[in-house]
Design a protein around this ligand. Structure first.
Ligand SMILES: [Zn+2]
Length: 411
């Protein structure tokens, strides 16, 4: 029995065939149908989930008695949420031989490499068990050249989209993408990949290191787990990146109006522009610039829909003209840097979709592109461990061509 999650089209016709034959099981197979011979032995079958199926319903339509199906699903539920079932997922079942077969086992694979099953015990009760396939860890290097956006260049280079996004957010501490990123800039990234014993990819871990060459300037960031076990991002000298505020709290935006005096586009006279405007399409996600707490998320006159966050040290950030608030963004809610707090819009006094972003420090509006919290730096034995790890990863990176992998010790 080997269920898989939404597998290739190659095996689906076969599985559909099994299902199509299922109702015929009660009658003796036609002599002219040798393909059904396998069905006469203690049966293992794979059921394919279709839209609207529940696990119990799927078992019922396969002819399993409702009480047995219920008991099996209830046992499985201790390790697996049956509502997580999606069309195309597969459920393997094992039945006893005989005229009216009993359900003996059901098995699902919620994630690649993790199998969960419910087994009928001799006394008729059910027990759940899970198997985690042994996985091997590899380090992959991917490099590429920027030609337009950084995100498309990274995914084109073979970096999984989720890893590319989180890396871009981290790099946002060091890089003003609007100013620093040029076509022809290069990047090289090391990240974890997991494979099962057949060599199939089970998934990806984390980016461990990224090097960028921006307009000739080299920049490197490192993910490092300290001896307390908490992982964070550091620059080449071991300074934390996370302490600083995001320079640009959204992706793919350009500055449409900087900080300082300007002629107001709507009011038409000169006044102080207390923040930075980023032009971006309506609906573009807006991120919390740093860890903090939601002060308010409400409509505020000319600001339209606005979120205010309070951060360590009393600094407040404001995000105005939003089209909507992020899920769960209400007063008192704790947010992590990079959490989506809303989406770009044009509510309030605004001439088009943009984010108006303000930073208030010690009660005064300050230039967001200049505002940084003091960073902390690794020291002593921790810094030595970091230096050693940097040397190891640098040596590995130097010896890997792009898309090449090297086996690593498990993490
Ligand atoms: Zn503005």
């Amino acid at each position: 029995m080997r269920p898989r999650r939404a597998r290739t089209a190659l095996i689906l016709p076969f599985l559909t065939l099994c299902l199509a034959h299922a109702p015929a099981r009660a009658t003796p197979p036609e002599p002219s149908a040798p393909a059904e011979a396998a069905d006469s032995s203690p049966a293992e079958r794979v059921l394919v989930v279709r839209r609207g199926d529940t696990l119990a319903g799927l078992l019922g339509s396969a002819g399993i008695d409702a009480a047995a199906a219920h008991a099996a699903v209830a046992a499985l539920a201790s390790l697996y949420r049956p509502s997580a079932l999606r069309p195309g997922d597969e459920v393997a079942i094992r039945l006893s031989a005989g005229e009216s077969p009993d359900l003996l086992e059901i098995e699902v694979e919620p994630q690649p490499g993790r199998t969960v099953r419910a087994l009928r015990q001799p006394d008729g009760t059910w027990r759940a068990a899970e198997t985690i396939a042994p996985r091997s860890r590899f380090l992959v290097r991917a490099e590429g050249t920027v030609d337009g956006g950084l995100f498309p260049a990274m995914t084109k280079a073979g970096i999984p989209p989720g890893l590319a996004l989180s890396l871009i957010r981290i790099l946002g501490h060091q890089v003003d993408f609007q100013r620093d990123l040029q076509p022809g800039d290069r990047f090289s990234i090391l990240f974890d990949r997991y494979r099962d014993s057949d060599g199939d990819i089970l998934g990806h871990g984390q980016v461990l290191q990224a090097t960028l060459t921006l307009s000739g300037r080299a920049l490197a960031v490192w993910r490092h787990k300290d001896r307390g076990g908490s992982a964070d991002w550091y620059d080449s000298d071991g300074r934390t990146l996370r302490r600083s505020f995001l320079r640009t709290p959204l992706d793919g935006a350009r500055v449409s109006s900087g900080f300082g005096m300007r002629s107001h586009p709507v009011l038409g006279f000169n006044r102080m522009h207390q923040g930075i405007d980023f032009a971006a399409p309506t609906g573009t996600p807006v991120y919390a610039a740093a860890d903090g707490i939601v002060v308010t998320a409400k409509r505020e006159g000319g600001y339209g829909l606005m979120v205010r966050l309070r951060h360590a040290g009393g600094t407040e950030t404001r995000y105005a003209h939003l089209s909507r608030f992020g899920r769960g963004i209400t007063t008192g809610r704790r947010v992590r840097q990079g959490d989506v707090i809303g989406a770009v819009g044009s509510t309030g006094m605004s001439t088009g979709p943009h984010l108006h972003y303000e930073v208030i420090a010690q009660g005064r509006a300050v230039n967001p592109s200049r505002h940084v919290q003091p960073a902390t730096r690794l020291a002593g034995a921790e810094l030595n461990a970091y230096r050693t790890r940097q040397r190891v990863l640098e040596r590995i990176a130097a010896n890997l061509r792009t898309q090449e992998e090297v086996a690593m010790a498990p993490d």
